[in-house]
Design a protein around this ligand. Structure first.
Ligand code: F6R
Length: 615
């Protein structure tokens, strides 16, 4: 979703801002823009629909001077994607420029008042209302820009991360946040700001994560000042070390980030597992669980909240926790949970799962759960993101930056951490026997090597993808642990190839979707040799007898399915609870190659955002 970059220092801001916008492209956007303030106090704005490359073409006419600037990639919420609606927005007198992530809920009321005061609006955005409001306050109360921004934000309802510059003041950059992320990079005589740390990497490894309701004044050659928006008192400044490298943000020889991330999974899972399976696979250690043993011992129920792919991981987590901890588990879409009046108390544990750690609905869900007294545990990838900072405890999946919009390595990292969590809590509660724990933990420890084997189907899947590139619909079927795998496989295909695909519990098919099956509707069946294998065979026969083509994902060497299905892809044999990890590999590859065959932009599929920071 929208991305912000800003710079104040001694270098040409434009170059840093454009590079920063390119690093934020993965978040998803439809237009981009930049505002520069030169040393003489002139403000220049360049904006363009489409990619950052278009912006560069538009901006090439210049001027591009100035060592202060703000820039933005916009993902439309209020008003269609257009040059006019792109950020930065400039106040009526041309004095102030602003970029904004988030949504201003009371913008219509504020706009009406400003129109009554003679303000005219060029765009359909909520953001333009904010910049006009700041100017109106500044002019009518003759206050500083900082005070005007603060006063305006106190009148705003909604979510925001903003950056503001003023044309007459080339030494001043103001940023603020509420429910939308903003990172400040502290360099040597220069300061960077961005929606996430990716644009800052390579310039400095010192970062400050702005907190909700904070406003920061970044003055040239002066230390960062942070104030509370509510009482204007100085906040404590916590400079943290950024652990991200440039290599992690590059494609590393692959055509796309998505392919790199699929092939990285052996090593990302190695990082995810490091130090967590100990004593010859007889014990699992998650510090978040160890430090909160009482909570996990006394809990009466676990609720998993998440969105999208993370929600699919949560469904697998539910089965793992039920099987190994023998306790009640619920799974909720964060967006439903937050408005569903959930009944919670201090005996509840709510586990949020999020790659980005910034998903607005998941963040709101955990805030609600905490208000209701539940213990909130976060499973997250991005270190320092809003969700881990708003949970009581948690575990990072440590799979490194995921740049491809379609989640792959984060999904396998989430499932891995959920498996570790279920094993460790199950052990703590005496709900799992040592033999089972050892068997699953040993297989999990070997998972990086197992995934490496699973990836060997690459060429075969690529060949298979050509047969199905022009199908209009797909059905993905799975049972038990692999019903969520089917959902995830279908989501991957939809997201990047724009082919309609439905994931379904295989046995439910006969209650409706079977009507759709004909020779034009292929089904992908996830059928490893598990406890439901015999059942799924009969589901496949039901598809076959209606003329549907079947691609089956089967355990290595399984003969029965290969006699019925049209195409089989073999995956290494693992304990049943770990089959989603290996089965998701060919599904990721299938979606990937079908999308590539169709010429789609797999890393930045249309309409999608990597970090969904609005409701
Ligand atoms: C799908 C995908 C999304 C995310 C969802 C939640 O490939 O990436 O469905 O899983 O937007 O995002 P996070 O995990 O960042 O909360």
């Amino acid at each position: 979703m929208c991305g912000i970059v800003g710079y104040i220092g001694s270098q040409r801001a434009y170059d840093i801002l454009i590079q920063g916008l390119k690093r934020l492209e993965y978040r998803g956007y439809d237009s981009a823009g930049v505002a520069l303030v030169d040393d003489a106090g002139h403000l220049t704005v360049h904006k363009s629909m489409g990619k950052v490359a278009n912006l560069e073409q538009v901006a090439a006419a210049g001027p591009l001077d100035g060592s202060l600037g703000i820039a933005h990639t916009r993902w439309a919420t209020h008003g269609e994607p257009s040059d006019l609606n792109a950020h930065p927005h400039v106040s009526q007198s041309g004095m102030i420029a602003l970029v904004h992530n988030g949504t201003i809920e009371n913008y219509a009321v504020l706009k009406k008042v400003l129109i009554e005061h003679g303000y005219e609006f060029k765009s359909e955005t909520d953001t333009e209302v904010l910049v006009q409001l700041i100017e109106y306050i500044k002019l009518t109360s003759s206050c500083s820009l900082l005070d005007a921004v603060r006063e305006a934000l106190l009148q705003v309802e909604g979510a925001y991360a903003i950056a503001v510059v003023e044309q007459n003041d080339p030494d001043n950059l103001i940023v603020a946040r509420k429910s939308s992320p903003l990172v400040i990079g502290v360099g040597d005589g220069e300061t960077f700001i961005a929606s996430d740390a990716t644009p800052i990497v390579g310039y400095t490894d010192k970062v400050i994560y702005l907190k909700d309701n904070e406003i920061a004044l970044l003055r040239r050659n002066e230390p960062v000042q942070i104030l509370s928006l509510t009482d204007n008192k100085p906040s404590t400044i916590n400079i943290q070390k950024l652990r991200l490298s440039l290599a992690q943000l590059e494609k590393g020889g692959y055509d796309t980030f998505m392919l790199k991330e699929i092939f990285e999974q052996p090593s990302t899972l190695r990082d995810c597992l490091r130090g967590r399976i100990v004593d010859k696979a007889n014990r699992v250690v998650l510090s978040g669980v160890e430090l909160n043993k009482d909570k996990f011992l006394n809990a009466e129920r676990i609720t998993l909240v998440a969105c999208g792919t993370s929600w699919h991981a949560a469904l697998i987590g539910k089965r793992l926790i039920q099987d190994f901890c023998k306790m009640p588990v619920e799974v909720e879409y964060a967006s439903e949970f937050r408005y569903g009046n959930p009944v919670l108390n201090e005996k509840d544990i709510v586990i949020s799962i999020s790659q980005s750690g910034e998903t607005a609905d998941t963040l709101a869900a955990i805030q609600l759960a905490r208000e209701k007294g539940a213990f909130v545990y976060g499973i997250c990838n991005v270190v320092g993101a809003s969700i881990p900072r708003n949970t009581d405890s948690g575990t990072y999946i440590h799979v490194g930056p995921e740049i491809g919009v379609a989640s792959t390595k984060a999904f396998t990292g989430q499932v891995t951490v959920l498996t570790l969590l279920a094993l460790s809590v199950g052990h703590l509660r005496g709900a799992i026997d040592q033999k089972t724990l050892h068997e699953v933990a040993s297989a999990l420890e070997k998972m990086p090597a197992t995934i490496e084997k699973a990836l060997k189907v690459d060429a075969e899947v690529q060949k298979l993808s050509r047969i199905f590139t022009y199908a209009h619909n797909f059905l993905y079927l799975g049972r038990g642990y692999n019903y969520p795998t089917a959902l995830e496989g279908a989501l991957k295909l939809k997201e990047i190839s724009y082919i309609h695909a439905e994931g379904y519990p295989a046995a439910e098919m006969k209650h409706g979707p079977i009507a759709l099956i004909d020779h034009e509707m292929p089904s992908v069946i996830i059928a490893p040799s598990d406890s439901l294998y015999d059942k799924i065979i009969s589901n496949v026969q039901q598809v076959k007898s209606r003329g549907g083509a079947v691609v089956a994902i089967i355990s290595k060497g399984n003969k029965a399915m290969s006699e019925i299905a049209d195409f089989c892809i073999e995956i290494p044999e693992v304990p049943e609870c770990l089959t989603p990890l290996v089965a998701s590999i060919p599904l990721q590859l299938l979606a990937y190659y079908i999308a590539v065959n169709k010429g789609k932009d797999v890393d930045q599929p249309r309409n999608l955002a990597k970090s969904v920071t609005v409701e």
